[in-house]
Design a protein around this ligand. Sequence first.
Ligand code: PLP
Length: 397
Amino acid sequence: MAKKQNKFKGYDIYTQAVHTGTDYDEGTGAVRRPLHMANSYKLPDDLSQVNYSSTDLLMYSRNGNPNQHWLEEKVAALYHADDAIVFASGVAALHALFWTLLKTGDRVVYPKVSYMAVYRLFHELFNKKFGVETVMVDMTNLEEVKKAITPNTRLVHIETPDNPTVGISDIAEIAKMAHENGAVLSVDNTFASPFNQRLLELGADFVVDALTKFINGHGDAQGGAILSNDLETMDRIRYEAQVNVGSVISPFNAWQIFRGAVTFPLRMERINQSSLEIAQWLEQRKHVTFVSYPGLESHPHHDLAKRQMKGFGGVISFGVEADDKTVEKFCAHLKVVTFAVSLGHDESLIFPQPSYDERIDLYPSQFHKGFIRFSVGLEDPQDIIQDLNQAFHAIGL
Ligand SMILES: *Cc1c(COP(=O)(O)O)cnc(C)c1O
């Protein structure tokens, strides 16, 4: 895929979010580029040079579509990355990266606390189906990470802040350990988003972002991206995973995420502020057993978070002095906050993590009871706080 010239290179993230990937429509002069819902494109008269597995020529929508490419320009700009590939979901992006990088006999080191699909891919699938050696470690313990990275380690994958405990791991240190052993580092940056954390500058080789969450931000479209400056591997990912596995994004979803991304920095700025205010309120609320938010001084890795993040993001995990059923009741009593999975929407979202969760023992012990994941939205933070407070009262706390 030929690299596109970014006309707005060097501009601030707010300007890039508005302008990158945008242009006048060539046919009409419209100030918006169109949504191209088409499966195929006119072939050149001379077919002798056409490579049907390439993504360079617009030919068939699985090989790429214009709305995908415009979104790729925008997301690459937000990350200061040389290249981006956008997929049908965040998990499709994670899979595409792992599928392309790993082969039988390789070793991958991955975190104890991570997005569920990462756990499934490494704990159940890549190891059993393909003979990849998958090693789970506590990524917040650098000694443990160092021991796990051996010479046959091809990939170290981390997630910071992690889903769902909002733990922080040290990107620069882990990048150094990976590189010393000839491995590459990939980081899932969905929770922080490029507004708060630019990982390629900290030493990551690949970044994955679930665009479904903060970058789209409107709870209506699914997508994911891989960002990197390694153009050769990115082209292999296009060939091996996009074209030959087929996890391509639909033009309509790419169009929606492109539109959502325009306001992404503004939304993130607001979400950072509201989240800190709400986390501070939760911390002093009676019957709250813990609050995990990297912006709080009480977070075990607050200093590290301050070093590698600009703001602390929109996800707060906290504990309530209650059993699973009562926690469900608490969530169901909320009026401003929506009781649903996902995160990074315009609306605040709450999701209990029950004590019978199969991975509960992988989380630090304070998370074993009354654990709730909360994604702060764009509502007035005082309205959110009042809503949480009335739900506490509703369960007698
Ligand atoms: C949601 C999420 C994903 C997956 O994104 P989907 O679009 O749901 O596939 C990956 N990583 C993290 C940290 C997430 O929160």
